[in-house]
Design a protein around this ligand. Structure first.
Ligand code: FES
Length: 158
């Protein structure tokens, strides 16, 4: 029953992805690459101070990667970069099977945990999250008016 609910949440995000495209004038631009399949996913982020004011994703990949990216954008908008960084770690821990993670804090993101049963798909689920992690680390100190270019980083899953 719960599995069906999770599947529905993931399928909903895949069929009707939220925040697809590119934000205007991004402060952070970060890309993830899954070498197993070559799929790429890019996140663009607008900051307001250290708050994630806008975030969109673009790129191609399987249903899990696209749904996970869509869920990520919904969840981290409005968070501080540090809070988003903590969330990234929680999602990754959950996908590793950690029992330490407070699933209530994850909300709908808990739906991704079914992916643990398909180890080869874990990289699909973490693609956007790892891209966000690297983008946060590289862009945390960027300031919107510091220069014409946003920070651009590329993360390759290993
Ligand atoms: Fe490429 Fe999932 S198969 S991201």
């Amino acid at each position: 029953m719960l599995d069906n609910l999770y599947r529905e949440i993931i399928l909903d995000h895949y069929r009707s992805p939220k925040n697809r495209g590119e934000v205007e004038d991004p402060d952070i631009r970060t890309k993830g690459v899954n070498p197993l399949c070559g799929d790429e996913l890019e996140l663009t982020i607008q900051l307001d101070g250290d708050l994630i004011h806008g975030i969109k994703f673009d790129g191609h990949g399987c249903s899990i990667s696209q749904a996970s990216a869509s869920m990520l954008t919904e969840r981290v908008r409005g968070l501080r970069l540090s809070e988003a960084g903590k969330l990234v770690e929680m999602v990754k821990e959950m996908l590793k099977g950690s029992t330490e993670v407070n699933l209530e804090e994850l909300g709908d993101l808990e739906a991704l945990q079914g992916v643990r049963n398909f180890p080869v798909r874990i990289k699909c689920a973490t693609l956007a999250w790892n891209a966000l992690k690297v983008g946060i680390e590289d862009g945390a100190n960027s300031h919107k008016h510091a220069g014409p270019d946003s920070h651009e980083t590329v993360f390759t899953e290993h």
